[in-house]
Ligand binder design. Structure first.
Ligand SMILES: Nc1ncnc2c1ncn2[C@@H]1O[C@H](COP(=O)(O)OP(=O)(O)OP(=O)(O)O)[C@@H](O)[C@H]1O
Length: 611
């Protein structure tokens, strides 16, 4: 993983390397332990565990002291003040120690949740696009919320309870061993054996159900996310009932797994067995008393100690269920974090300013997980500052071709060179920072207009305003209620396609890339807006190597090179004039699109060349 882009992301979080890489590969338990003992967490966990042990021991001792005190009263000891103070001292020390332990536990639990969530998020940012193509967003959200939360619950309360339970089970047995006749050990030892066997069976049965339950929760979230993202389509096609029943079905699957967990819990025997142990202990104590081997105080102290077993027994149902959930959660997080990332940083990455010379050498490409080639043997060359237009039928591979330039996907075969250097030699950051995409369906973040224009760049207010003006976006921005500070909502829903596109152009002006990719193929806008956009586009292209995916005659006729794609092949390349004259497929595109004859189109393009 050291060569992964994840390393760069780690730097954002102030870390120079990924400290959990090895632990992640080893499995959930090792990964959790690594987090628990990472840096200052070590102090929290060691102090907390010590306090839990101290508290439990103090509690057990206070039980025997109660027994001794009652016996002392029976024996006629009238030093009430001393006896009461002794009970009080032990009784009061327990909550004080608990208070400190709880504070440490909560801090540790919150840190665990924060650190694992950060790690998961960083890992997601580092994954390749092909990885994200295959994920369901709702499921990833469930993992980063619900599954991460389970790791908090693992510490608070699960580990606390387990530890307390462990100490609470061991310390009474030790005290019985020290203070009372050995016969008293029969009941707790029998109980411990049954308890250990039942617990093992319980966790074994629970584990697959808990894991499945978390998977179903992820699926449920995926459906919810998909429905909300596609709410316009669902409503537009009156599919609310169908979407509702799909969700209900998944919700029922999730519910059934919850019930199944409950069933397994209900069959947990130790709860019954602890009651039997206490009854047996009482009977046993009475018999020993009759034989004069123990006193009444001994029996009270002994029963008090046996009663302590009730807590660990009862609580083990919940605590081990939480442990199972945490491990299932950790496994689900690791499944994503350990997944192979297609795009890996070069071990010796080059970061340099590029001029914009691009060469494709026999490039073929299939999307990961698919067999058919989307691009086949693509070769062409563009000089710095030139414009390449890509035309072709829908699905012919135009967008895919442009995505390969910034290594959003790796080529399957062949090479892409930028300034005569294979793009795999560049650092991803350096390469991608010098390439800008302008698309009408630009994803806008739920921030202000300024922040969306400056996205990832450091730009002063003046520079942002200038970029907006150059992109012909200034006027519509000034018409918004808070102008540049207007929040544009998730996915920029309050803006039209044309407005979003101009924001993308403004972003490109600000980032000043050497390579520009303009996906204009979906544009369907009125002529006034079109003119504004054209003006902006022609300015933003200046001095940059540009790829245009467009069928706009006004843009195409200026292109230095046009690639005609068909089913992943370049079937022709050349200038607009050459292609109109020589390429049947190309001619068809324009003759059907514009109400003009071939002669008229040739005339227009000749004029374009003259200008
Ligand atoms: N993420 C993906 N995973 C798998 N296949 C994909 C993916 N994206 C696109 N494709 C497939 O690759 C082919 C080329 O798609 P691409 O979007 O590059 O075509 P295009 O020429 O830009 O189409 P359009 O003009 O409709 O935008 C299509 O068959 C498409 O289904």
């Amino acid at each position: 993983m050291s060569t992964d882009i994840l390393v760069n992301n780690y730097k954002e979080f102030g870390l120079t390397h990924d400290p959990f890489e090895r632990a992640r590969r080893k499995g959930p338990a090792q990964w959790i332990l690594k987090h628990l003992f990472y840096k200052s967490n070590k102090f929290f966990i060691v102090t907390w565990l010590s306090l839990v042990i101290i508290s439990s021991v103090l509690y057990s001792i206070s039980m025997t002291i109660v027994g001794e005190t009652i016996q002392a009263f029976i024996d006629g000891n009238d030093d009430i003040v001393y006896l009461t103070l002794r009970v009080l001292l032990f009784g009061a020390s327990v909550p004080i120690v608990d208070l400190c332990a709880n504070l440490l536990r909560e801090t540790l639990a919150q840190r665990m949740e924060r650190d694992t969530r950060d790690e998961f998020y960083v890992s997601l940012l580092g994954k390749s696009l092909s990885f994200h193509d295959q994920q369901k967003i709702g499921d990833l959200m469930a993992r980063s919320t619900w599954d991460v939360r389970q790791l908090n619950f693992l510490i608070s309360p699960a580990l606390t309870l387990i530890l307390e339970a462990l100490v609470n089970s061991i310390s009474p047995i030790i005290l019985i061993l020290i203070k009372y006749p050995n016969q008293f050990l029969i009941a707790p030892i029998l109980f411990s054996i049954v308890f250990a066997i039942s617990l093992k069976r319980y966790t074994k049965k629970l584990s697959p159900v808990t894991t499945q339950s978390q998977i179903e929760f992820g699926n449920l979230n995926a459906i919810l996310n998909e429905s909300l993202s596609g709410i316009e389509v669902i409503k537009g096609m009156a599919q609310e009932n169908k979407a509702g029943s799909k969700y209900k079905k998944k919700a029922k699957d999730y519910l059934n797994l919850g019930i199944k967990e409950g069933e397994i819990q209900a069959k947990y025997i130790p709860i019954l067995f602890v009651a039997l142990t206490i009854t047996f202990g009482l009977l046993h104590g009475t018999l020993l008393y009759r034989e004069g081997l123990v006193s009444i105080g001994d029996i009270i102290g002994y029963i008090g100690l046996l009663m302590i077993l009730r807590f660990p027994t009862f609580i083990s149902i919940w605590s081990f269920r939480i442990v199972q959930r945490s491990i299932a959660g950790a496994r689900r997080l690791l499944e994503i974090m350990n997944a192979h990332s297609e795009i890996r940083e070069n071990p010796e990455p080059i970061a340099k300013k590029i001029k914009g010379h691009i060469k494709f050498e026999n490039v073929s490409f299939s999307y990961p997980g698919t067999k058919s080639e989307v691009l086949k043997n693509i070769s062409f060359e563009v000089l710095p500052g030139q414009t390449v237009a890509i035309v072709g039928t829908t699905g012919s591979g135009k967008t895919t071709l442009t995505k390969l330039i910034s290594r959003l996907y790796n080529v399957s075969n062949g090479n892409i060179l930028v300034d005569n250097l294979n793009i795999t030699n560049y650092s991803l950051e350096s390469l991608r920072n010098q390439i800008s995409y302008i698309e009408q369906d630009l994803f806008l973040f739920s921030n202000s207009i300024s922040e969306n224009i400056a996205f990832g760049q450091v730009g002063s207010k003046e520079q942002i305003i200038k970029a907006a003006k150059d992109a012909q976006a200034y006027n519509f921005i000034m018409d918004l209620p808070k102008q540049f500070d207007s929040e544009i909502g998730e996915r920029g829903v309050q803006l039209s396609g044309g407005e979003r596109q101009r924001l993308a152009i403004a972003r490109a002006f600000l980032s000043d890339p050497k390579i520009l990719i303009l996906d204009d193929s979906t544009s369907a806008i009125d002529s006034a807006t079109e003119e504004l956009i054209q003006r902006a586009i022609s300015r933003v292209l200046e001095g940059r190597t540009t790829f245009l995916i467009t069928h706009r005659l006004s843009q195409i006729r200026w292109a230095d090179l046009i690639l005609v794609l068909k089913q992943g092949h370049i079937i022709a390349k050349g200038t607009h004039y050459d292609l109109l004259r020589d390429c049947e497929e190309y001619r068809k595109i324009f003759l059907t699109r514009f109400d003009k004859t071939l002669e008229e189109l040739l005339q227009i393009s000749k004029e374009g060349e003259k200008n």
